[in-house]
Design a protein around this ligand. Structure first.
Ligand SMILES: *Cc1c(COP(=O)(O)O)cnc(C)c1O
Length: 234
């Protein structure tokens, strides 16, 4: 089941990349293991998955250390869920990549912890590209305000800002999400022009329902849970 699911997802990623004239190797699959037990993660790891995403710090704090002790090859752990300031202390040592930096004050907290740990943490800036009230993320408008926030974050020496992340709205057809993904890519291109000292290499966008649309619009990281591990119990 897991093996077939994973193969199918990998094939779909490769086909979506080819259709877009892209090299599938430039797309990283993050297997979103939230709510699934350590055994499922270790099984996926045995099948070659090296990137896993968790959205809650408490759950991650229980799952990650024992898995790291058992696995043979390194796992890159991605924090993809909203991060509360008071949880930064616990998140900083656990995660290798934080996708959900959505305010300057949070970035400053992460900077302090990363500095104390002597580590530089790769991060993405989460953007609320659709403007839905229910979503976290920087507002992309007014642009100058967003750029001011970016400028402040780029001064933090223990954060390695590598790009943008977004969650598209729930839509009837996956292709309906494409304008949102395209808007994130356009924003990334503006950042490249405005802050050329960074590569802005990553666009983390696309989940089970819409990852092919995201790849068509330039996703370099897709975050996929259910298509790999099955439906989550609420
Ligand atoms: C749960 C989650 C995903 C994966 O969603 P699926 O529908 O299971 O693929 C991706 N990104 C974020 C931020 C999530 O919370």
């Amino acid at each position: 089941m897991l093996e077939q699911n994973l193969k199918l997802v990998q094939q779909r990623i490769a086909h979506a990349a080819e259709r877009a004239g892209r090299d599938p190797r430039e797309i990283t699959l993050v297997a979103v293991s939230k709510t699934f037990p350590a055994e499922a993660i270790l099984s996926a790891h045995a099948l070659g998955v090296r990137h896993f995403g968790e959205n809650r710090v408490e759950e991650a704090a229980e799952k990650i250390p024992p898995i790291n002790r058992r696995r043979q090859t390194a796992i890159t752990w991605h924090l993809i869920g909203h991060l509360q300031s008071r949880k930064v202390k616990d998140a900083a040592p656990l995660f290798d990549f934080i996708h959900s930096v959505d305010r300057v004050a949070l970035a400053q907290k992460i900077e302090t912890r990363a500095s104390a740990l002597g580590k530089k943490i790769p991060i993405l800036l989460e953007v609320n590209i659709s403007g839905e009230a229910s979503k976290n993320g920087f507002a992309p408008e007014p642009r100058e305000q967003f750029f001011d926030a970016v400028r402040a974050i780029l001064t933090l020496p223990h954060l390695d800002t590598q790009g943008l992340m977004t969650i598209a709205p729930i839509v009837a057809q996956p292709d309906d999400a494409r304008p949102h993904f395209g808007a994130l890519r356009a924003l990334r291109d503006e950042l490249r022009a405005r802050f050329p000292e960074r590569a802005w290499q990553h666009l983390s966008m696309g989940m089970t329902e819409d990852f092919e649309a995201a790849i068509a619009e330039g996703a370099t990281i897709v975050r996929i849970g259910r298509a790999i591990f099955g439906e989550r119990n609420p």
